[in-house]
Design a protein around this ligand. Structure first.
Ligand SMILES: O=c1[nH]c(=O)n([C@H]2C[C@H](O)[C@@H](COP(=O)(O)O)O2)cc1CO
Length: 135
């Protein structure tokens, strides 16, 4: 299985270590095409166009998309929108945080089947991934 993981980069790297831990769990199910999102010392050198086109190709190639959406990121929102247009199966993971609320354009897209939004705490990740990736 090819998995596209989305997480904030220029939107803010506060959760990068959590992304790495989620990616490590995802790797037990298949190939994670975007491992660099969880790399704490990551810096992309290629041009912006290269990054955009490569990521869109990876999205197209992926079987499923898992997005950590707590840290707001334009890039992650864009990837999710593109993935919907490609009819991908999508899981969005959100950690409820006081004073914040998830965009209605993400929460409101949940259809209970191909687009799922889950409020979670880190301890829930193994079960959530199992339910999503083994169903
Ligand atoms: O250098 C990059 N490499 C890259 O793969 N991305 C992709 C993967 C992430 O899921 C998403 C993050 O978007 P943003 O940088 O707007 O937070 O975009 C984004 C950037 C920088 O915008």
């Amino acid at each position: 299985m090819k998995i596209y993981f989305c997480g904030s980069i220029r939107g803010g790297r506060q959760d990068a270590d959590l992304y790495m831990r989620i990616i490590n769990q995802l790797k037990t199910y298949g190939k994670v095409l975007t491992e660099h999102v969880g790399d704490l010392s990551f810096k992309e050198n290629p041009s912006e166009k290269h990054i955009h086109d490569r990521d869109c190709d990876w999205l197209q190639e992926s079987d499923v998309v898992v997005a950590e959406v707590t840290q707001t990121s334009l890039g992650v929102g864009y990837e999710i929108g593109r993935a919907v247009a490609m009819n991908k199966k999508i899981l969005c993971l959100y950690r409820p945080t006081e004073g914040k609320s998830l965009s209605a354009m993400i929460r409101g897209a949940d259809n209970g089947k191909t687009f799922l939004v889950k409020d979670y705490a880190e301890k829930d990740v193994p079960q959530l991934l199992k339910e999503f990736l083994e169903s």
